[in-house]
Design a protein around this ligand. Structure first.
Ligand code: NAD
Length: 407
């Protein structure tokens, strides 16, 4: 996966005429930490997982990025996702560098007590490299506000009271209003800005969303509230299709009760991965990476892909989409809402002051829309894909900070 991120980085860096040595400096992570996370299971047995924290580039500020608890977590994934965070923070112009990490465990196989012990053990192994002005983790796949609360507590136990060490905390424990919906709402704003340029509105398009977790479910809710027709959704268990538009509030209720979209009666069941090929205008991958490949890119019928997930498009698929004239709003722009409101949470923690939800939503719109304007303008002026334009903006900003700081 790191090779995919590197591919997109080099594509832009070469267009900018950046030399091989500077490319190498900006491409590789600054630090990679790998730890053994040993815990006692409820059965009394010992389990040992591997934990990772990769810090990619800190020229523009402290490292920032999510923690993922998933069996696919490894050094390569963490490197790729850390680099994406560097570029993402630069594109929406917030003062952070990029990091990412996680543990190669499956939280569905762990009891709440085991999950807490795994989390605390991981923090005790990496606490020297994280901190409110060093590296600030956040939620990602299979991690949530409760896990962030344990991280804050464990870090504070070792280093003293430090709510700003992690973002995405519960609102009742130094979290920010609006953080949970932030990525889905940010994706909504990015879609809105794109459609406005085409003289269209959210209500005039049909949407299919892969993944109905934090990002996918909030996105569906915000699209629906603006009159958008969500015609298909999926999660790890099932896919649902209704060409007339799914009843999103009822689907969210079903999801709340069952924890899956499976069994919802307001739509027809589809084989899970067929969601990618349904008739829709906008397709939003909001699950894991590597979804679009050389094998399936020609079967996608949407005219716009919005990358809510990180790294959903392999380079071969990206080339096919470009050749077919399918627009892509890239991950480094589309899903930046999460890190933007994480930034707001961090600022509130440092100021010890609480902002209002409406204020946060307004500021989120401003940051995402600013990123969209810069990227869309450049892409249109140079007649290049949005992804290349986004990387050019990011590399320019990170490169400038690196040069100004002195190597
Ligand atoms: P999540 O764990 O809350 O949800 C993931 C969803 O994907 C679940 O509904 C799961 O069932 C589904 N899923 C998993 N495998 C699937 C498959 N093969 N087919 C269909 N659905 C599948 O995670 P999330 O926080 O919503 O993150 C989703 C994506 O968004 C990830 O790529 C993540 O890196 C990215 N992202 C998240 C945030 C954030 O703030 N949470 C910010 C930026 C980017």
């Amino acid at each position: 996966m790191f090779s995919d991120t590197t591919h997109y980085f080099r594509q832009a860096a070469e267009r900018m005429g950046i030399g091989e040595r500077v490319q190498r400096l900006l491409e590789k992570p600054k630090r990679t930490v790998k730890v053994e996370v040993a815990v006692e299971l409820d059965s009394g047995d010992l389990a040992v997982f591997q934990g990772f924290r990769v810090q990619h580039n800190g020229a523009r500020g402290p490292f920032k990025g999510g923690l993922r608890f998933h069996p696919t977590v490894d050094e390569d994934h963490s490197m790729a996702l850390a680099a994406l965070m560097t570029w993402k923070s630069a594109i929406v112009d917030i003062p952070y560098g990029g990091a990412k990490g996680g543990i190669d465990c499956d939280p569905n196989q762990l009891s709440p007590g085991e999950l807490e012990r795994v989390t605390r053990r991981f923090v005790s192994e990496i606490h020297e490299v994280i901190g409110p002005h060093k590296d600030i983790p956040a939620p990602d796949v299979n991690t949530n506000a409760q896990i962030m609360a344990w991280i804050m507590n464990e870090y504070s136990r070792i280093n003293g009271y430090s709510p700003a060490v992690v973002t995405g905390k519960p609102v009742d424990l130094h979290g920010s209003p609006g953080r949970e919906e932030a990525t889905g709402l940010g994706v909504t704003f990015a879609i809105q800005r794109y459609l406005e340029r085409k003289g269209l509105s959210i209500a005039e398009r049909r949407y299919a969303i892969q993944g109905f977790g934090n990002v996918g479910s909030h996105l569906a809710r915000h699209l629906h509230q603006r009159g958008g027709k969500v015609v298909a959704v999926s999660d790890v268990h099932a896919a649902l299709h209704n060409p007339e538009g799914l009843d999103v509030p009822k689907l969210l209720e079903h999801m709340g009760a069952r924890g899956t979209v499976k069994g919802f009666e307001g739509g027809d069941a589809l084989p899970r991965d067929d969601l990618l090929y349904v008739d829709c205008d906008v397709l939003v991958p909001a699950a894991l990476g590597g979804v679009f490949t050389q094998e399936n890119a020609r079967d996608v019928r949407a005219q716009l892909i919005v990358e809510a997930a990180n790294g959903p498009t392999r380079p071969a698929a990206d080339a096919i989409f470009n050749e077919r004239g399918v627009d892509i709003i890239p991950d480094v722009l589309a899903n930046a809402g999460g890190v933007i409101v994480s930034y707001f949470e961090w600022v509130q923690n440092i100021q010890q002051f609480r902002w209002e939800l409406e204020d946060i939503r307004g500021k989120l719109d401003r940051f995402i829309s600013g990123g969209c304007k810069t990227v869309f303008d450049l892409a249109e002026r140079k007649k290049i894909p949005y992804r290349t334009a986004a990387y050019i903006v990011a590399i320019g900003r990170v490169g400038k900070a690196t040069v100004l700081s002195g190597i």
